[in-house]
Design a protein around this ligand. Structure first.
Ligand SMILES: NC(=O)c1ccc[n+]([C@@H]2O[C@H](COP(=O)([O-])OP(=O)(O)OC[C@H]3O[C@@H](n4cnc5c(N)ncnc54)[C@H](O)[C@@H]3O)[C@@H](O)[C@H]2O)c1
Length: 294
């Protein structure tokens, strides 16, 4: 196995983190998105990840320049596809988008190349069925923020070959990550638990059990979670959280019914850190909640 060129499709929160984590470990990366604004945002965020690494003494300045030069940015998917020997898809959690992207990748990327999907909840078996190479399709679930989070949860679809699972695990390790390989079921291990806790927190907020600060503090200090559910939800993106819950509600039933209050936040455009406001307000220096409770 000789993997040196990774194509990352989707330059949003996850795609840019994955691109950076791969480039830091020496991979050449092409990052592609349909939006040139997103591509420019990714370029400047990756530059700021490098700068933070240099400031913390984790990367020396010359190495920092090399990391940046290893990432190519483009809105032309075809460009990165020709040289790719491993692909990680990080487009939105919507089946029709995943389908369209996987069908395109299947056409333009060499047929032996693995197509890994960074889905949070969806079936790698179904995503694999959109291609003519289901044995080379697998879910590679990274966590946010990618540069900091240690785990990659790897999920085999029905047709995923042993070789694909082994290579994907090796790539994740080469990116400096720990891995678990689990069997497919909606939400896998981590999203299923995280969605349940995050949704219940919104129900508690709606019921007036406590403020976001109080609920987060109770979960952090009482249950020893490193981060409360609202802080985490704001990082994940409340729209992404809602889409994941809708999928789990559809596949696993009532206990995943999205909280009406979560829907209200999404309708208001309060999607979390990425829009400046979610449950908490990130537009002022102090992080305070301005709570919608009903
Ligand atoms: N946000 C998280 O915390 C998190 C964690 C783990 C996994 N995920 C999963 O990662 C995936 C991406 O999530 P995200 O939070 O980065 O979303 P995001 O909305 O921040 O980014 C998705 C990007 O994909 C781009 N895109 C849309 N259609 C495209 C296409 N046809 N070709 C290329 N790019 C296209 C969009 O322009 C956008 O920039 C989802 O499947 C999500 O469930 C998210």
């Amino acid at each position: 196995m000789n993997i040196s060129n990774i194509l990352v499709v989707g330059g949003g929160i996850m795609g840019r983190g994955i691109a950076y984590a791969a480039a830091v470990k020496g991979f050449d990366v092409t990052l592609t998105d349909i939006s040139s604004d997103v591509i420019e945002g990714a370029r400047s965020e990756i530059a700021s990840f490098v700068e933070q690494g240099v400031n913390r003494g984790k990367i020396d300045p010359d190495e920092g320049k090399e990391v940046q030069s290893r990432v190519t940015y483009t809105t032309d998917l075809q460009k990165g596809a020709e040289s790719a020997d491993f692909v990680i898809e990080a487009v939105p959690e919507k089946l029709e988008i995943k389908k369209q992207v996987m069908e395109t990748l299947d056409r333009v990327v060499d047929k032996n190349v693995i197509l890994a999907t960074n889905t949070s909840t969806m079936s790698p078996t179904e995503i694999g069925s959109f291609t003519k190479r289901p044995e080379n399709v697998i879910a590679m679930h990274f966590f946010n923020p990618v540069p900091k989070m240690k785990l990659v949860e790897i999920i085999r679809g029905l047709e995923t070959s042993d070789e694909t699972a082994e290579i994907t695990e090796a790539v994740a390790r080469m990116m400096g990550k720990e891995t678990v390989v689990v069997n497919e079921f909606p939400g896998f291990v981590t999203s299923r638990i995280s969605c349940l806790v995050g949704n219940e927190a919104f129900n508690m907020l709606m019921e007036g059990v406590g403020t976001p600060e109080e609920i987060d503090k109770a979960i952090e200090l009482g249950l020893n979670y490193p981060m409360g559910p609202f802080k985490l939800g704001d990082i994940v993106g409340l729209d992404t959280r809602l889409r994941n819950l809708e999928y789990l509600h559809e596949t696993l039933g009532e206990r995943f019914r999205p909280s009406p209050l979560l829907r209200k936040y999404v309708k208001a455009g309060r999607l979390g850190k990425k829009t400046g406001k979610g449950v908490y307000d990130y537009t002022s220096t102090e992080q305070v909640s301005e709570t919608l409770t009903k």
